[in-house]
Design a protein around this ligand. Structure first.
Ligand code: GLV
Ligand code: MG
Length: 346
């Protein structure tokens, strides 16, 4: 266990100092782009204007024989595009793959000063973060990178879930975590063939009542893992995200999965298809009615203490803190999206 005084020191001479607090950024959706496809790369300047984060995917879903082309394509699109306030991330291949070392070294050398976050798949424990942390510091020093490149872990193995608290606390470079339901289902030998979402057989059956048909209520397969991830992230001041939703045609189920994650504390989700961008925008921006009510609470309790009644509901220090979360998020959304600012009255 590293001692507190050492924790925030750069891991290489000449590397930028780690952040003490994460930069404030709106990251409602992490939009995945397959960078080996020229047709998809050509859309990036337009997409960058619509989303909060553009991510060049190098890992799963990129065929083995296109791994080098994806890496080259990502560097090319990063160099060619002005991302403005939109984040630029990449998902590298996993640490035991033959591609990952070149992913990291070539990308940091070429676009280290433009890259905000590296998403690291299949993280099993703090040791995976420590390895990438050290390597990034060495490369940042070598290439004169001015601000630390952050690490975002995918929580998608049983061992990773077991070690989630150590992963969240492993380095000041930790940005956050995403649930990876597809790999996690495989790692746990769950009996599903889906990328996220519910399953019709995972339900609780109502008690028998004579001959009446028994109603079954479908449950959320991901509730336990998301809750565990949210606690680990919140306790360490980093950000939890829901990951992918694979059924692009089922917009309602995607929205419901995103909303469950949002209500539980997640700040965003992945968009794998353009239709999921608007869903994420809608879900991860606070509801205008909630914002209006939260503003009332904050105004009625200027110093955040005591108790007041608003619309017949008791408010105290704890609801003031909840209201503050919603108002702060609404302000970040308003700064990026003036239309939403008008809707919120901010
Ligand atoms: C994402 O990478 C997943 O495995 O769900
Ligand atoms: Mg995965």
């Amino acid at each position: 266990m590293k001692l507190p005084r050492q924790f925030f020191k750069p891991l290489a001479i000449g590397a930028p100092a780690p952040y003490r607090e994460l930069p404030v950024r709106l990251e409602r959706m992490i939009h995945f782009v397959p960078p080996h496809l020229e047709k998809m790369r050509a859309k990036v300047p337009d997409i960058a204007k619509q989303v909060d984060v553009v991510l060049g995917n190098l890992e799963d879903a990129i065929p083995s024989d296109a791994k080098e082309a994806a890496r080259k394509g990502f560097i090319e699109m990063a160099q060619a595009t002005d991302f403005g306030s939109t984040g630029l991330w990449t998902r590298i291949n996993c640490l035991n793959s033959p591609w990952v070392l070149d992913d990291i070294t070539e990308i940091v050398a070429a676009i280290g000063n433009k890259l905000d976050v590296i998403m690291l798949p299949k993280v099993e424990g703090a040791w995976d973060i420590h390895y990438l942390d050290q390597l990034l510091a060495q490369l940042e020093a070598r290439h004169g990178v001015q601000k630390p490149i952050l690490i975002h872990a995918i929580l998608e193995t049983a061992e990773g879930v077991k070690n989630v608290e150590e992963i969240a606390a492993a380095s000041p470079r930790m940005h956050g975590m995403s649930l990876g339901p597809a790999d996690l289902a495989a790692s746990r030998a769950m009996k599903t063939t889906r990328v996220g979402g519910g399953h019709p057989d995972y339900k609780v059956l109502a008690d028998p009542d004579g001959d009446k048909p028994r109603i079954g209520f479908q449950q959320d397969l991901w509730h336990y893992t998301i809750a565990k991830m949210v606690d680990a992230c919140a306790a360490n001041g980093i950000k939890p995200f829901y990951g992918p939703f694979g059924d692009f045609a089922d917009l309602a189920a995607c929205e419901s999965q995103f909303r469950n994650a949002f209500l539980q504390g997640c700040v965003g989700a992945w968009s794998l298809h353009p239709t999921q961008i608007d869903i994420a925008k809608r879900v991860f921006s606070p509801d205008p009615g909630e914002v209006a009510f939260a503003l009332k609470i904050v105004e009625a309790m200027p110093d955040g203490s005591g108790a007041v009644m608003i619309d017949g509901k008791m408010q105290d220090d704890a609801t003031w803190k909840q209201a503050k979360v919603i108002v702060d998020l609404a302000k970040i959304v308003a700064a990026k999206d003036p239309e939403m600012g008008k809707v919120y009255g901010l």
